[in-house]
Design a protein around this ligand. Sequence first.
Ligand code: IMP
Length: 222
Amino acid sequence: MFPPTWALPKNPLHNRVPPGEGLKSLFSGEGTAQGQFTVRKEVLFSRSLIEQRVRELGARISKDYEGREPIVVGILNGAVFFLADLVRAIRVPTRIDFVRAASYGSGMSSSGTVKLTKDVELSVEKQPVILVEDIVDTGLTLQRIIELMERKGPESIRVCALIDKTERREVPIRPDYCGFSIESGFVVGYGLDFNEQYRHLPDIYTLKEIDTVHSTRGKPRV
Ligand code: IMP
């Protein structure tokens, strides 16, 4: 399981750049290659707060799209739970579809090459589209997905992100609808993962304070 995929050199799967110095140090210290790691997580946004924000976002979207039927496009896998809750909080009819993106970077930084490994199946031509993203970090993934979506000739594209993480933004993108805004940190839960772990958690946590224990045995204690 460790080190996480975003920390491996030439990770072809996703743009997983460790944003926290604590996380970075996990892979730079001596002995970490064989070490045992302790990851601590702290609740950042509770399930009740998430529920409240999703209700608020649903109400705003319902108002903005009154009389229309937007296609809500989730970006897999992270947006799954958020999208499922969001469409049930939206009071206008919606159709849903998904895309999946793969980013090709050099491990510690994204090259900005983002490809769709799954495209939408509905026709979005002349339709209002709402892209649903779990978290916007550098913004490169979203920028590329918007570009690809624009080629399909939708009536409009708006972005609804669960979390807008601003510190490392590389392109001038801001979600039209945003659940929470944070500056930095690595967050998990409610669809967000760390090496495919923690997605199922109902609350959102910050991962922090990773201690290296010089041992070759055992699993990370979380
Ligand atoms: P971007 O292209 O740098 O904006 O990357 C966005 C993608 O990186 C998200 O869809 C997530 O999959 C992943 N990501 C960025 N920050 C985090 C985080 O704090 N937790 C979990 N995934 C993250």
